[in-house]
Design a binder for this molecule. Structure first.
Ligand code: DI6
Ligand code: FE
Length: 386
């Protein structure tokens, strides 16, 4: 098949002039073989942070739970301490290799959240770093304010006071400075309540920002249905989502973003209700959730594999999750598909059939990455016989 690219967009496709997006996810024979897919879309990441939490990983292996560690002041708050202490340049330097790893495995669009600053200045600092990353590398970066990620110690006895700060200062400032594309909340027993989540959503909407939610990750708070009632772009995690939540999401057009990296690293056993999501026709996106605590994974095609092995997605569903459905979760439905008029974000892989992307776990299969019509990565031919 042939793809004509002009001015950064797909201007023509042969032999078909219009291309069914699902067909476009299928094998497209090119030159000496290989598969072309849309550029990958990672619609949920926490790529900007300082430090790491390898020690906590060890604690969990010895039996401590994620929630125990969080309640004891570790977890997200330990990354908050490191992130507050880091300058913008230091954060940028630490985030760059993570983003480069995503790009080297096919990502052309990534969402990056704040949420490890938890003061006005530190949240804006994180968002600025995210924006700078998008200026430095050939990738589309969307930013999300996740001020309501954890309760910072200085508000330990006043979580409503902290939500007030998020609503009255962080959201207005981030919106005024053009630093933010959406607003997220961690709605969970160890984080913020549904009532507090609703307040943040209302503040976001007053500033014209779309909302999304970390929902039903550790327990069922009916956060997905709440988010759906605010027209949320997506509800993410969803291990404890129930049928009422699925139905609410279907009716609102809210995407279900699955995060198998966090499921895997926390050794969770409660599976998201994949069959219900299918039955109600809720689009399933798939993302890295790249973060220092629950998903220190910057390897998109590994996540395709985990989605299939752990959640029983088909390889086709997994790929749709990291392309068209990921794009829908970002409110950018023109991305994540190969179609005339769509931005020319394309990946050419050294594989023979699309299912291989999810089947094998193998870095280095990306032959060519095209971002907005420009070749931004081209692998040298591998030596024969290796
Ligand atoms: N759920 C997650 O998986 C990440 N945030 C959240 O609300 C984890 C963030 C972390 O542990 O640093
Ligand atoms: Fe997350």
């Amino acid at each position: 098949m042939a793809v004509l690219v002009e001015g950064g967009v797909v201007a023509g496709l042969w032999p078909e002039s219009t291309f069914d997006p699902w067909q476009a996810l299928g094998a497209v024979e090119v030159g000496r073989g290989g598969v072309m897919t849309p550029g990958l879309v990672d619609c949920h990441s926490h790529l900007v942070y300082a430090g790491n939490r390898a020690g906590e990983f060890e604690q969990r292996l010895e039996g401590a739970s994620y929630a125990d560690i969080a309640r004891a002041g570790g977890g997200i708050l330990s990354t908050v301490r490191a992130t507050r202490a880091a300058s913008e340049d230091e954060l940028l330097a630490q985030a760059l290799p993570r983003l480069q790893a995503l790009l080297a495995d096919g990502v052309t669009t990534v969402e990056i959240k704040s949420g490890y600053g938890l003061t006005l200045a530190d949240e804006l600092k994180m968002l600025r770093v995210a924006r700078r990353l998008g200026e430095l590398l050939p990738v589309r970066v969307l930013t999300t304010l996740l001020g309501a990620h954890a309760l910072p110690p200085e508000f330990a006895a006043d979580s409503d006071g902290y939500i007030e700060l998020v609503c009255e200062q962080m959201i207005p400032a981030a919106a005024a400075e053009g630093l933010v594309d959406a607003v997220d909340v961690f709605c969970e027993s160890i984080a913020f309540s549904p009532a507090q989540t609703a307040r943040v959503f209302q503040a976001a909407q007053r500033h014209g920002l779309r909302v999304k939610v970390h929902a039903e990750q550790l327990s069922n708070q009916s956060a997905s249905a709440l988010a759906a009632s605010y027209g949320a772009l997506s509800a993410d995690h969803l291990e404890f989502l129930d049928e009422a939540g699925v139905q609410a999401m279907a009716e609102a057009g809210t995407v279900a973003t699955l995060l198998p990296g966090a499921f895997h690293c926390l050794r969770e056993t409660q599976l998201p209700p994949i069959e219900l999501l299918r039955r109600y026709g809720v689009p399933m996106a798939l993302a890295s959730d790249a973060n220092p605590g629950t998903s220190p994974i910057c390897f998109p095609t590994l996540l395709l594999n985990l989605a299939c092995t752990l959640f029983r997605l088909t390889p086709r569903e997994a790929l749709a999750g990291m392309t068209a459905h990921g794009a829908q979760a970002l409110g950018l439905p023109e991305l994540g598909r190969i179609a005339v008029g769509a931005p020319a974000d394309l990946c050419l892989w050294d594989i023979q059939q699309p299912a291989e992307l999810a089947y094998a776990v193998q870095p280095g299969r990306l032959r060519q990455r095209i971002y907005q019509g420009r070749i931004s990565y081209h692998k040298e031919d591998a030596p024969h016989g290796c």
